[in-house]
Design a protein around this ligand. Structure first.
Ligand code: TTP
Ligand code: MG
Ligand code: MG
Length: 414
């Protein structure tokens, strides 16, 4: 149930940073001759620019596009012609036939995404990842940040992002995530917008209700039906009226956000899907001829992986391996265990079991071990109690073999 949080916590300073025309701006780094032109990103491979004999490049134009694709983003020059994200490319071609069309290159955008986030993290480590081109940053504890409501640190972040990537971003800095998210858009591109609670009537209330994260198309339509179009309209509505039309939870939430109230924390970590370790060999190894070397490397990987799990506080129920052969073909196998584990020996046995299921005639270039189906150790329901100490030495199991002496292809039932 929605609850606005009790007494307001001590003063916070939260930033929302969003890259400007992100995919398009990354492309302009490669094709600087396109700066200042309307450019849209959304073509397939066939729209790759061609380099001509004289070294200049020939670009696709929107007018030549046929197909059912949509635009991922556009430069501000193209936006001035009415071309925006998610618009059908054919429709965009009608509005801006001379705009340049470039293909999408997600790998490159992801690379720049990592770069700008790393640059921010060096200055302010408390970051919540909100997708490829935006983050929240909790600046509250960054020394000096509160002194000027965040202006100096905001400028430092913008400079650091530009130095690392050559790209501009826009930042909103306010007491909470809600206002910062709205604020980062107010002076785009290359904006730095500082807002306090006192700025809400002038800068937030004029915004369309649907600008608020959490007011989707349906809600904004219903709000409009009640004559509530802007955030200010919602702020002016009687809370009881909002509750009557939208229910207690959403109605109270609407009232709170319209007054700029939001206590959500910046959430710094997300749960990993899997954790893995892999290594490429200095020379290709053969499962039989290089058995000893391979076995040691294999065990090392499992020990390192167990260490990673322990350090990060996870246990895994699915152990997998990845092999790459000398012909660069890769295979993976995995195995689900009866219970979660973070134990190197158990991981090593399971990985050995996976290895048994692969034809190992070719030599290997790479070996990897992966722990999937992760659970937080702290959240595992009831950790198994340690087995009682054996009382009768005659039924006592043999000492387990030392980890490094486990056979390459382990027996699970040993
Ligand atoms: P946005 O941050 O929404 O947009 P933007 O960075 O292109 O422009 P702005 O200056 O207004 O922030 O989205 C980031 C990237 O995500 C964008 O460059 C392309 C991609 N994207 C899509 O692929 N489809 C979409 O509908 C939107 C909105 C974005
Ligand atoms: Mg953006
Ligand atoms: Mg964005």
């Amino acid at each position: 149930m929605y609850s606005p949080g009790a007494a307001s916590p001590s003063r916070r300073l939260i930033a929302h940073l969003d890259m400007d025309a992100f995919y398009a701006s990354v492309e302009l780094l490669r094709y600087p001759e396109l700066r200042g032109l309307p450019v849209v990103i959304g073509g397939g491979r066939r729209h790759q620019p061609e380099t001509l004999a004289d070294g200049t490049r020939r670009f696709s134009k929107l007018r030549d596009y046929t197909g059912r694709g949509v635009i991922t983003t556009s430069t501000y020059e193209a936006r001035a012609l009415g071309v925006f994200s998610a618009m059908g490319t054919m429709k965009a071609a009608q509005l801006a036939p001379d705009a340049i069309l470039l293909p999408v290159d997600f790998d490159e955008y992801r690379r720049y995404s990592r770069m700008f986030k790393a640059a921010v993290r060096e200055i302010a480590p408390k970051i919540e990842d909100r997708g490829i081109d935006e983050i929240y940053i909790d600046l509250t504890e960054v020394p000096g940040a509160l002194d000027d409501a965040g202006r100096a640190i905001g400028q430092r972040l913008k400079d650091a992002v530009f130095a690392a990537t050559g790209l501009t971003c826009s930042i909103g800095i306010t007491p909470n995530k809600l206002l910062s998210k709205l604020g980062s858009e107010l002076d785009k591109p290359d904006g730095l917008t500082l807002l306090g609670i006192d700025d809400i009537p002038a800068r937030i209330w004029p915004l369309a209700a649907r600008k608020v994260n959490g007011i989707g198309p349906k809600a904004s339509e219903r709000l409009a039906g009640l004559g509530l179009h802007t955030v200010g309209d919602i702020a002016g509505a009687d809370p009881a009226f909002l509750v009557q039309h939208f229910g207690a939870n959403y109605g109270r939430w609407l009232h709170d956000i319209a007054h700029g109230r939001d206590e959500r924390e910046v959430v710094t970590h997300s749960e990993p899907v899997s954790i893995s370790r892999e290594t490429t060999f200095e020379r290709d190894l053969h499962a039989v001829r290089d058995r000893a070397a391979l076995s040691a490397i294999f065990t090392d990987l499992c020990v390192e992986l167990a260490g990673d799990l322990a350090r990060k506080g996870y246990a895994s129920k699915t152990i997998g391996i990845k092999l790459r052969f000398d012909d660069f073909k890769s295979v993976t196998r995995d195995l689900t265990l009866p219970a979660h584990t973070m134990d190197a020996r158990t991981i090593r046995r399971a990985a050995g079991e996976c290895l048994k299921r692969i034809d190992l005639t070719r030599r290997l270039r790479l070996l990897g071990v992966r722990a999937g189906a992760l659970a937080k150790i702290s959240e595992l329901v009831a950790p198994l109690p340690p087995p009682p100490p054996p009382t009768d030495t005659r039924v006592r199991a043999e000492e387990p073999a030392p980890l490094y002496e486990l056979p390459l292809f382990a027996q699970m039932d040993s």
